[in-house]
Each structure stands twice: as C-alpha cells, then as structure tokens.
Design a protein around this ligand. Sequence first.
Ligand SMILES: Cc1cc2nc3c(=O)[nH]c(=O)nc-3n(C[C@H](O)[C@H](O)[C@H](O)COP(=O)(O)O)c2cc1C
Length: 356
Amino acid sequence: MPDLFSPLRLGDVELANRVIMAPMTRDRAGPHDEPTELMVEYYRQRASAGLIVTEGTQPSPAGKGYWRTPGIHSPEQIAGWAKVARAVHDRGGRIAMQLMHVGRASVRANKAPDAETVAPSAIACPDPIPGPDGVPVPTELPRALRTDEIPLVIADYVSAARNARAAGIDAVELHCASGYLPMQFLSSNSNVRDDQWGGSVAGRIRFVVEVLTAIAAAIGAGRTGFRICPGVTYNGMADADPAETYRALLRALDPLGLAWCHLIHVPNAGFDSLELVRANWSGPIIENCGLTRDKAQALIAAGTVDAASFGYAYIANPDLVERFRNGLDLAKADRSTFYTGHGDDARGYTDYKDHA
Ligand SMILES: Cc1cc2nc3c(=O)[nH]c(=O)nc-3n(C[C@H](O)[C@H](O)[C@H](O)COP(=O)(O)O)c2cc1C
C-alpha cells in the first residue's frame, strides 16, 4: 500500500516521495524579475519534497500582475532559474515551474510600462490586487485579445516552457486556477467572446487544451502538468456551470497523456471536484488544500489520489518531509512576511529552520 513516503512517477519525472510543495508566490524576485540568490536558498532548503512546484512565473511581460514575481522570458531570468534547479537537484530533489499568466488580474504599477493587460474579454477583475507597496488597488480594465493574437500568447507559453527546460527545470505546470488567464477563458462570466475561443463550453475550454497541447509537443507530455480549481470564485470567477465546464475540459485533456492534474479541492455547491476529476481524468492526481499529514496518508493509501501538496506548511517547515516522517510538530508561518516585496528580504522566507 503506498503512503506519503513511497516513490512516485509523474510522467517522465521520478519523485522520491509524494509530499509536494505547492506553488507559492513570495514577491522576492530581483529588479528584472529574475530569481535571486535568496530564492536559490529558499528552494534549496525545501528540496527534500518529492517535487517542488515553483511560485507562479510569468511567461511574458504581459503575464505579470503582482509585484516582484519572477519571469522565464529573459536570459537573466533563465540563468537565475538554472541556479535554482541546480541547487534542488544537488540535494536529490525535483522541481516543476508553474507558468502563470495573470491576464486581467493585474495592477499597472506592478509591471513593465509597455506591458499590456489582456484577457479573453474586456471585463475587469472585481477584486483589488496589492500594488508595489502592498496596499490593494483596483485592477486595470483589460483589452480583449484579438483572435489573431491568441496563437501568440500560446507561443509565449511554449517559449517559457522551453526556457524552463533549458534552465534544467524538470517539468512545467500550467496555472489554470485562481482566476488567472486560463481560468478567465474557461469561465462563462469572464469569457463572452463570440469567436472559436469563447461561447459554448467547447469554445471556452479551447485555450487551455491548445496551450497544454502545444507545451506537450514542445517539451513532452510527460513533463507537462496543470492546476485547476473547479468552482472557485477567487478573482471574480463565476462560471454558470463549472461541473459541465471541467468535465469537458478533463475529457479533452485526458488523451494527451499529461504528467499530472493538480487539484485545489474546495467544497462546492452541487458537485465534488475530486469526484469530478476521478471520473473524467485517468492520469496522476495531486490533491491540495487544507491537508494534514493524516488526511493525505489516508487519501494516498486508499488510492484516491497519487500525491498531496502543501502550501502554508511549506512556508515555515523547509524539512516538512522529515517532520511528517517522524511525527514532529509543525512550525507556524508568519503571514505578515508572505509577500514582502523585497528581493533581499530573508525574514519569514529563508530563516525558518529545520527541526533540531
Ligand atoms: C503565500 C501564498 C502564495 C500562493 N501563491 C500561489 C501561486 O503562485 N500559484 C498557485 O497556484 N497557488 C498559490 N497559492 C495557493 C497554494 O498553492 C495552495 O493552493 C494553498 O495554500 C492551499 O494549500 P494549503 O492548505 O496546503 O496551504 C499560494 C498560497 C500562499 C499561502
């Protein structure tokens, strides 16, 4: 019977255990959105995870929406990520990069002056987003992407995935959750397009299917995963029928042979998203959200999911695998230092210690 500490193969990536570090934006990239030495140390400290999924990383300048998030579209950024990958590999770990294009969930002051805010439709994100000083401000009204521009956005994702591989990163995860660009295409209230990229369910799922197909063709399906959160309303998402949308999406993705589906599993009215994934997706499942060691063990032992990811717990417990293995107490994370916005701010970032 497998448990959290059993090895696992996700596509082409061999994991030493099934404890996965969930992607977490920490706002500590350098002035050119490049990973810093401090980021290298942060990921190095957490390399005993079976797999690290990095913080959301923008594939292009237009994909940025938050302050001091890293990119993977310039030589300096690729060089920085290569140091991160090497540090994790040197400790025997594995690392996947989360590709995150925020679409309309963006504040102008957080990104380059010539970077546009684009989305499927010209409908603003209703939720404010923190600006450079951490104070939430209204988002910008996006410009609706023209039909002929959508292949260019897909090409940016492909180029980012190739850059990640060139940096030595093992795999990529497409961020299709939390109200960012892919989810803006999926959701009926943020995608009111009347071309082939919108309208019916088949139109709204097309962007995600095409992006993942293109990334898989470029770097291999076995190195391509995706993250979803069916029914979540974060960043103004309100799909008329999320169960129908995600059933169609998962059925379309299933034949691609992708490496994993990473589910943010939250309670929904009318359907259970884990049941929905299990019924429509035959590949590996990473379960996330509010898990404890014991809950994760039970799900893996029962064969309900293949692996479990942990967010908050990984902030304050760099040696989470060892703490779980030995039944040790977990340290608590300090929320005030989640996003400090300074590339050299080690507080609440690299100063959490391994257990004594
Ligand atoms: C500080 C912080 C930053 C986060 N940034 C991201 C992100 O960049 N991409 C993403 O998909 N989820 C992000 N999340 C969500 C986490 O990956 C995870 O889904 C959430 O924390 C729930 O898991 P947990 O209960 O184990 O913490 C973030 C969460 C936190 C606490």
